[in-house]
Design a protein around this ligand. Structure first.
Ligand SMILES: [Zn+2]
Length: 267
């Protein structure tokens, strides 16, 4: 099979990798001489080539069955089942695009992609196109539907256009890291919804008309981000600011109202 069997010895500690990305440390890309030559194995149809290491990334081409490919490096992405087994390894091709390792074989293992290579993918997602250009200010809780965008990975949730686009990028990057989109429990809240939330949550909810949720610039997250000290929360602390999302001081562990789940878009 592909390079999956070599991962145990080649994979760096995850937190170390994330920290390196967050600090902008560039360890250098894989030299061309390190690239591996591989072959594509599918039943009959061509293998989809994607813009990033996962099935959530856009399909940007295809390579034919049996085609010879140059694998520059590999990294973890979404899990795929293919002729070479079930694996979350993705191979980066010489042209910067990606294929699932479950469909490729190579005589030599490729190197692990450097943080800078992964960073390129994250940056590509930062510029997701907003669904609307209406960024005019509106009264808290009175933002019209036309000035809100549905979140790509949470279709019942919405935010102001730029905040939504940035969040979509952040969620795509998180999926690349964890295999899952960011879990969202709350986003934009109309004034009436803020009144209802205040009634049930008391001091854990802002005064109606004052919440950042009413501006469409805040989310409440789940899936581990909602607990301080988890890998998911730490990942957000390191990476969210690169997408304009931050965790406000008042919501920190030592803040006036500790809410690990609450994140705000500050641009
Ligand atoms: Zn909140």
């Amino acid at each position: 099979m592909g390079v999956a069997t070599t991962l145990a010895t080649r994979r760096p500690a995850r937190l170390g990798l994330v920290a390196a990305i967050g600090l902008g440390v560039v360890l250098g890309g894989a030299a061309a001489a390190d690239a591996a030559i591989g072959h594509v194995r599918t039943q009959s149809s061509p293998l989809t080539v994607r813009s990033g290491p996962g099935t959530s990334y856009a399909a940007v081409g295809a390579v034919a069955r049996g085609a010879r490919i140059t694998i520059v490096c590999h990294t973890k992405g979404s899990r795929v089942k293919g002729p070479y087994g079930s694996t979350d390894v993705w191979d980066k091709l010489g042209d910067g695009r990606w294929v699932a390792d479950a469909y490729t074989s190579s005589s030599d293992p490729s190197p692990e992609c450097s943080p800078s290579a992964l960073d390129t993918v994250a940056v590509a997602y930062r510029g997701s196109r907003p669904c609307s250009t209406d960024e005019r200010p509106y009264t808290n809780g009175r933002v019209p539907r036309s000035a809100l965008c549905t979140l790509r990975d949470a279709r019942s949730e919405s935010l102001r256009p730029k905040a939504a686009a940035a969040f979509d990028g952040l969620s795509a990057a998180y999926r690349q890291h964890s295999g899952h989109a960011l879990c969202v429990t709350d986003s934009y809240r109309s004034y009436d919804e803020q009144v209802a939330v205040k009634a049930t949550r008391g001091r854990w909810a802002a005064t109606p008309g004052r919440s950042e949720h009413g501006l469409g610039l805040a989310v409440d997250l789940c899936g581990g981000v909602d607990r301080f000290g988890t890998d998911a929360h730490l990942w957000m602390v390191v990476n969210a600011p690169r997408y304009g999302w931050t965790h406000p001081g008042w919501a920190d562990a030592g803040g006036s109202l500790p809410e690990p789940w609450h994140w705000e878009y500050t641009g």
